[in-house]
Design a protein. Structure first.
Length: 92
């Protein structure tokens, strides 16, 4: 059973189209996912972040899960504490 040159040309064109389409999709999606990862501000010098980091490490060492429920008046302090806690507890 002989396949014609036209058949092989069609198969090659489809394969090339799929390859180019996948590459374009990956290139377009790359910056979107990169932005999602970089939206969290740098809290490393924030004292609430450092407090959360210490308490997260302590809870991790004692196999506890968020044993200290801290609530802060400022939303930014709460976010910094939670980010530090998650980092210290080993969650990302």
């Amino acid at each position: 059973m002989k396949k014609s040159l036209k058949y092989y040309a069609q198969v090659a064109a489809i394969a090339l189209g799929v390859g180019i389409g996948a590459g374009t999709l990956q290139a377009a999606a790359g910056p979107f996912f990169q932005d999602q990862q970089q939206q969290q501000p740098d809290y490393s010098k924030n004292k609430r972040y450092q407090q959360g980091m210490r308490e997260g490490k302590d809870d991790q060492a004692h196999k506890l899960d968020h044993s200290k429920k801290r609530h802060f008046a400022k939303d930014e302090d709460q976010k910094a504490y939670e980010a530090g806690y998650q980092q210290g507890h080993g969650n990302k």
